[in-house]
Design a protein around this ligand. Structure first.
Ligand code: NAD
Length: 339
C-alpha cells in the first residue's frame, strides 16, 4: 500500500484527495498539510478517514512511511516544495505550473537528474491531457487519420472572470489560463512551438486591465514543422465553460466539442434548446482529474514513465513567458528568445 501526502488542501487538493479515496486501489491518503487549514477542512479529511492533518508540509516530508506527495498548494510554493520533496526521496505530482520562473524550473529539473533522485517520478498536472474528448482527438492524430498536421485550433473560455486581485497575483492570463491551451497545442500536435504572436485585449472587466492583466486574447503559434495553431481565450462566457479543439491536416480533421449533463434537446416551434456546457473545470474535468492521479500512481507502482513530465511543465511556461513578451512588445516572439 502506497501512502500519499497531500500538500495544500484548497480546491484542487480536495479534488485529488477525493479521487484517490474514491477510485485508486493500492494507495491511500495518509496525511494532509495546509498552514491555513480550517475546521471544515479538518472534518472533511476526518470524514474521508484521514487522521493526520498538519499545518506544516515538512511533517509529511519527514514521514518515511509516505512514498509520494501531491503538491496542490499556491503556485509560488511549487518549486521550493518540489526541491524539498525530491531531496526527501518522495515521488512528486506537482500542480501546474512548476514555477513562473524558468531558472527555478531548471533547478527542479537538475534535482531530478541527481543520482539520489534515480527512480523518483515527477509529474506535472496538465489535467486536460486526461480528458476523454481531447484524448480521442490525439488518438486520431497519432493514428494517422488527420494526415500531416497543418492547423491546431483551441477555444478556451471561462464562464466568469476572476477578481482583479486574483488576476494581479496569478502571473497573468498566459501563465494562469492559457498555459493549459499551450500544453494542449503541444499534446494534440505532438510538436514543439517555435513562435508566439499575441493579440491581447481587455473586453470584459476594466479592473483586470487596471491590475495589469488582460481578459481576452487571440494567440497565433508556429510549430516546428511549419504548421500553425490558434488559441482564442476569454475570461467570461455567457453559456458556460467553452473547451473545444480541432486538429486539421492533409487527410481531414479531428475535433471535439463541449460536455454537458446530457445531450437531450427540447424542440419547439421557435427552435431547439439543449443543455449548456458543464459549468467550469471542477465539473468538466472531474473524470480527467481522476484518470490523471490514477496514471501518476500507476507510474509509481509499475516504475514506468509519467505521462506528463517536468520537461512538459517547462515548455508550457516558456510559451507562456513568450506570450507575455509578445503582448507587451506587440511582435511575434521566437521561443529561442526564452532561455
Ligand atoms: N490543473 C488544474 O486544473 C488546476 C485547477 C486549479 C488550480 N490548479 C493549480 O493548483 C494550485 C492551487 O490552486 P487552488 O485553486 O486549489 O487554490 P486554493 O487557494 O483553493 O488552494 C491552495 C491551498 O494551498 C494552501 N497553501 C499555501 N501555502 C501552503 C504551504 N506552504 N503548504 C501547504 N499548503 C499551502 C493554501 O492554504 C490553500 O488552502 C495552483 O497552483 C493552481 O495553478 C490547477
Amino acid at each position: 500500500m502506497l501512502n500519499i501526502g497531500i500538500i495544500g488542501a484548497g480546491r484542487i487538493g480536495k479534488v485529488h484527495t477525493q479521487s484517490i479515496v474514491n477510485y485508486v486501489r493500492g494507495a491511500r491518503v495518509a496525511a494532509v498539510a495546509d498552514p491555513f487549514i480550517t475546521p471544515e477542512t479538518e472534518s472533511w479529511a476526518k470524514g474521508l478517514g484521514i487522521t493526520a492533518v498538519t499545518k506544516d508540509y515538512k511533517d509529511i516530508l519527514a514521514d518515511s512511511s509516505i512514498g509520494a506527495v501531491l503538491i496542490c498548494s499556491s503556485t509560488d510554493t511549487h518549486s521550493p516544495i518540489s526541491l524539498e520533496a525530491i531531496a526527501a526521496g518522495k515521488h512528486v505530482f506537482c500542480e501546474k505550473p512548476i514555477d513562473h520562473d524558468i531558472g527555478r524550473i531548471h533547478e527542479v529539473l537538475a534535482a531530478l537528474q541527481a543520482p539520489a533522485a534515480k527512480g523518483l517520478k515527477y509529474m506535472v498536472g496538465f489535467n486536460r491531457r486526461f480528458d476523454h474528448n481531447f484524448r480521442a482527438v490525439r488518438a486520431a492524430v497519432t493514428g494517422g487519420s488527420v494526415g500531416k498536421v497543418e492547423l491546431v485550433k483551441v477555444t478556451s473560455r471561462d464562464p466568469e472572470p476572476p477578481s482583479a486581485e486574483y488576476a494581479a497575483r496569478s502571473g497573468g492570463i498566459f501563465l494562469d489560463m492559457t498555459i493549459h491551451d499551450f500544453d494542449m497545442v503541444r499534446y494534440l500536435s505532438g510538436q514543439e512551438v517555435t513562435e508566439v504572436f499575441v493579440h491581447p485585449a481587455v473586453l470584459v472587466d476594466p479592473a483586470i486591465g487596471a491590475a495589469g492583466d488582460v481578459d481576452s486574447a487571440v494567440v497565433s503559434l508556429r510549430l516546428e514543422s511549419g504548421a500553425l495553431a490558434v488559441i482564442d481565450n476569454c475570461r467570461r462566457c455567457a453559456y458556460g465553460y467553452d473547451q473545444r479543439a480541432e486538429v486539421f491536416g492533409s487527410l481531414g480533421a479531428a475535433l471535439c466539442g463541449n460536455d454537458a449533463n446530457s445531450n437531450a434537446q427540447v424542440w419547439g416551434a421557435n427552435g431547439t434548446v439543449g443543455e449548456k456546457p458543464l459549468f467550469f473545470f471542477l465539473e468538466r474535468y472531474m473524470q480527467a482529474y481522476a484518470t490523471e492521479v490514477t496514471e501518476f500512481l500507476e507510474a509509481v507502482e509499475k516504475d514506468t514513465p509519467v505521462p506528463v513530465t517536468a520537461e512538459d511543465g517547462l515548455q508550457a511556461v516558456r510559451i507562456g513567458i513568450a506570450a507575455k513578451k509578445s503582448a507587451k512588445e506587440g511582435r511575434p516572439v521566437q521561443l529561442s528568445e526564452i532561455a
